[in-house]
Design a protein around this ligand. Structure first.
Ligand code: FAD
Length: 351
């Protein structure tokens, strides 16, 4: 882990067990001032390398970048950061949940691969807000999102077992009743819930989806389809351009209610309400589900209520209201089990 990846170096910090604790540390670090990017060394002693045989060619080489994807590299990342700060940072707090819009930075891939240092991103936001007070609100909210990276990065550093295990012991024995059929319908975007299907189809095409969509499809997989969050995490890891072990695992364990500082298990997102709230006129679902293009706005997130259901669009594979109750029952059954010594929260990884 390098100092350019996270603002808070987990090596020199105790485990931060809640996001609030992490955010406080993050804010203190901001107040102390952000060091510039580490300068590249001017001299690197290199031992003589042994001569080797050329490596044999491997298959077809790297697969081409998805069509329409942003150009990679540090300079392109710098331009993306500058464009975000000049045109979208001011309204970030208000527009960050607008699924059909372009209110967020779209910098997660650059931050993951290191084509953008987090320190550079933070300094740019702070400097812009210092010079233009109207940016302060947006910058504060955006920096808070960056603090989540430090929270999940630090969590994984200290609790390496999070990659395979729930932090919260009581939920290690959850009953996963879901079927292979339901998992495939979720992966293909054929669940009959427009906002879920649109997001899953965008994931397959663009290999990036909005944070709100990640939350909705994750909640749906775990709480409506009763499938193990690890299936979702693995699918995201394969599909996402910004797939990041710490953030992906953190996001899934947060949504499943099993992580270090997770949302309570009884918070279950209603996919219809989420669609109506964050994609109010259905612009996003219409973009990804042509079957729903001509459906009136009032039915676009609930096509099953339309007088004539849209042709070619699947029927709902589950009833959210019923599955919500099942999920509550399954979680309750676990959370009321008495903890014994074999079911403690994860211990910090030694060293
Ligand atoms: C189930 C699930 C899985 C996720 N998997 C990943 C993943 O593999 N890789 C990944 O980078 N993010 C992941 N996220 C977090 C978040 O969805 C993305 O970082 C965000 O959508 C990226 O868009 P953006 O760059 O426009 O974000 P912005 O809103 O502009 O936020 C700025 C930066 O802050 C960081 N950030 C924002 N939200 C979060 C968050 N909740 N957790 C951690 N970092 C955050 C990202 O680096 C992001 O680029 C996941 C979230 C969920 C709910």
């Amino acid at each position: 882990m390098s100092a350019e990846q996270l603002l808070l170096d987990p090596l020199h910090l105790p485990p931060l067990r809640t996001f609030s604790a992490c955010r406080r540390r993050f804010q203190s670090a901001l107040a102390e001032g952000i060091p510039g990017p580490t300068r590249p060394p001017t001299f690197l002693p290199v031992a003589a390398l042994p001569s080797t045989e050329p490596l044999p060619a491997q298959g077809r080489g790297p697969s081409p970048a998805p069509e329409g994807s942003s150009p990679p590299g540090e300079q392109a990342a710098g331009r993306r950061l500058a464009a975000f700060i000049s045109s979208r940072l001011e309204r970030y707090a208000a527009t960050r949940d607008d699924i059909a819009g372009d209110g967020t930075s779209n910098l997660s891939t650059d931050l993951h691969f290191g084509s953008l240092s987090v320190r550079t991103a933070i300094r740019a936001a702070l400097e812009a807000a210092r010079d233009a007070p109207e940016l302060v609100g947006g910058a504060d909210r955006w920096l808070e999102q960056l603090a989540w990276r430090d929270f999940f990065g630090g969590a994984l550093w200290h609790f390496a077992k999070l990659t395979t295990q729930e932090h919260r012991a009581e939920f290690r024995h959850l009953e996963w009743r879901g079927s292979e059929y339901a998992l495939e319908a979720w992966r293909q975007g054929a669940t009959g819930y427009p906002i879920v299907d649109a997001a899953m189809r965008q994931l397959r095409a663009d290999h990036l989806i909005h944070n709100r969509c990640r939350m909705i499809v994750a909640s749906f997989l775990v709480k409506d389809l009763h499938l193990d969050w690890r299936h979702g995490e693995a699918h995201f890891a394969r599909e996402l351009l910004d797939a990041d072990l710490a953030n992906n695992n953190g996001g899934w364990q947060w949504m499943a209610g099993t992580g270090l500082d997770a949302q309570p298990y009884f918070r279950i997102l209603n996919p219809t309400v989420q669609g109506e709230r964050y994609d109010p006129n259905g612009a996003y679902v219409r973009r990804w589900l042509p079957e729903l293009r001509y459906l009136p706005d009032r039915y676009v997130h609930r096509p099953w209520d339309a007088p004539s259901p849209p042709r070619g669009y699947p029927r709902r594979i589950v009833d959210h209201a019923a599955e919500r109750l099942v999920a509550l029952e399954l979680y309750r059954a676990c959370s009321s089990q008495r903890s014994d010594s074999s079911s403690r929260p994860l211990e910090a990884t030694p060293g």
